[in-house]
Structure formats: structure tokens, C-alpha cells
Design a binder for this molecule. Sequence first.
Ligand SMILES: Nc1nc2c(ncn2[C@@H]2O[C@H](COP(=O)(O)OP(=O)(O)O)[C@@H](O)[C@H]2O)c(=O)[nH]1
Ligand SMILES: [Mg+2]
Length: 194
Amino acid sequence: MALRLEDARFEASFGAVSQLPEPNTPEVCFVGRSNVGKSSLLNRLVGRKALAKVSSKPGKTANINFFAVDGIRLVDLPGYGYAKVSEAERRRWADLISGYFEQERSFNLVVALVDIRHEAQALDLQMIEFLREEELPFVVVLTKADKLSKARQQKQLALLARQLDVAREDMIVCSSETGQGIHEILRAVEEACL
Ligand SMILES: Nc1nc2c(ncn2[C@@H]2O[C@H](COP(=O)(O)OP(=O)(O)O)[C@@H](O)[C@H]2O)c(=O)[nH]1
Ligand SMILES: [Mg+2]
């Protein structure tokens, strides 16, 4: 069964977990460092240019944004690890992310985004470790693949699989610019939700 993506619409934005809507649908959430490409991926998946706000300056999404698509929810979580905001603001974002996962929701799939160009960062390792400990279903998506040659992509895939200790089958190389990997991610979303 395929998701009817043309149904995608922005649902609401929340600055506190106490405001989140009832968990009455399957949810697919997107986590990763700020600027890793969460909003761009979300837009590409649903085939819309600007459903989720993309920013060239990191750290803009300090809210949890919900999108409704054909009976499921896509959840754009705040990016972690943005250094140029105050300690208090960083704490607030971290509380939003952990508060979301502490709720009793339908965590059908967590899409964990990691920039394919770099080594795994401490916060990426922490996030993956957390997902494993909580036994949440997740897939690791390596973003911005268009910035590397195919050969470099394969090298980074092997390196990051080792560093994050994730099987290669659970990693998808993707580019929101070229569309590489997008069908695979959609398939994972559909398998997890439908
Ligand atoms: N080349 C390239 N740039 C990307 C890709 N995905 C995101 N970007 C750029 O990275 C920046 C941050 O993207 P955004 O989606 O806002 O990241 P977010 O903070 O994780 O939501 C923007 O300038 C995007 O245009 C990609 O696949 N390829
Ligand atoms: Mg964003």
C-alpha cells in the first residue's frame, strides 16, 4: 500500500510537550543535528518544496512540528547540538526531544539523520544509543550524499556503519537535492505505518 502523499498538510507547531496532540495515529519522527537536513527530507518525501521550513542558518526549528499525511503523522523534532544558542535554549530543545519520547505515543519509525560527509559526532552516537536502549524502531539516513562522489559515499557508509554500530541494511544514503534514497525511505515509512 502506498501513502497518499498529496494529502500532506501542516498540522501544528508546539513549544511544549504538554501541548502535543493525542497520539491517535502512527508517527514517523525525524531526529538529527540542527542543519542536517530534516526539514528538506520531509519536504522531499512528500514532494512539496516548502511544507517544512528549510533554513540555511542552523537552529531555527525550536518547536516540534506535526504534519499529517494520509492518516499518519510526520514529526519534525528540534535539531540538537546547535552551539550558537544559549545553554537555556539548548536545554529547552533537549527537553522537547526527550519529553516527546517519554510520552506514550505510536513510535512507528524514527528516522535518524546523520550528515554523510563527517565522522559520527558524540551527539549522533548518543541519539543512536538512546534509540537502541529504548528499543525504538529506527533507520539511519545519511544526508547530503550529492556532496560526495559515489565512491566517497560508499566509504563514508562503511565508516559510519562501524562508528554508529548500525548494520548497513539499516542505513539509507540519501539526497534531498537529487532524490537519491527517497524511495527507499518512503518504503521504510510505509512498511512501518501501513
Ligand atoms: N546539498 C544538499 N543540501 C541539503 C540537503 N538537505 C538539506 N540541505 C541544506 O542544508 C541546510 C539545512 O537544511 P534543513 O532541512 O533546514 O535542516 P534541518 O535543520 O535539519 O531541518 C539548508 O541550506 C538545505 O538546503 C541535501 O540533501 N543536499
Ligand atoms: Mg528543520
